[in-house]
Write a protein that binds this ligand. Structure first.
Ligand code: HEC
Length: 168
């Protein structure tokens, strides 16, 4: 009569047991490696510049909504965000000063042109600052037509720099 027990290697359970401590050891070793892993100066530079862009984006959002008519027009709010954007724009050159092209495994969308055409990049940041200052001036005069046009110029500069210096 045929054996009804599932066919398996009688040594298998022992092999599995031997694997458990090895796996645990590997896990502990991995933990130690991760704990020792300090973010590199390149990674810090990427984190910093992306954080700056994140804040710039946050300041831009209500302005874009006003530009599109989804948020009521409010000159005081425009002035606040325009002032903050001018300051933040002035920080872009410093945030991108570190050339991270040679670094591996960085999660960055910055293209090599940021450093090969650095003066163009800096000029774009300066234009963004000027655009934000012009917007502030228009809001100070409470000139809605001028505000609309200044908002268009400002957001066009974001797109312009991204087209030239950012992947996707
Ligand atoms: C002078 C060039 C320049 C200008 C001007 C600029 N950006 Fe950027 N931006 C970049 C580059 C380069 C990156 C990619 C950074 C990276 O991934 O290391 C980026 C990334 C971003 C990101 C993604 C951040 C992240 O978390 O990865 C956002 C959002 C953003 N920009 C929004 C804006 C907005 C909004 C404006 C306009 C108000 C603007 N940017 C103006 C160059 C610019």
């Amino acid at each position: 009569m045929q054996d009804q027990r599932p066919r398996c290697d009688p040594n298998e359970p022992m092999k599995k047991q031997a694997l458990i401590p090895i796996a645990l050891l590997a896990l502990v070793a991995l933990g130690v490696v991760i704990a020792r892993m300090q973010p590199s100066a390149d990674q810090n530079a990427v984190d910093y510049r992306q954080a700056l862009m994140f804040v710039i984006n946050d300041q831009m959002q209500p302005l874009s909504l006003m530009h599109g008519g989804q948020l009521p027009y409010d000159p005081a709010l425009v002035r606040k965000h325009a002032t903050d954007l001018a300051t933040l724009a002035s920080m872009i050159p410093e945030a991108f000063a570190r050339d991270t092209r040679a670094a591996r495994k960085l999660n960055t969308a910055a293209l090599a042109y940021v450093w090969t055409d650095h003066s163009d990049f800096v000029k774009s940041a300066a234009r963004l600052q000027q655009d934000a200052e012009a917007l502030n001036g228009a809001a100070q005069d409470d000139n809605q037509a001028q505000i609309q046009s200044a908002l268009g110029t400002l957001s066009a500069e974001c797109a312009r720099c991204h087209r030239q210096f950012r992947a996707n």
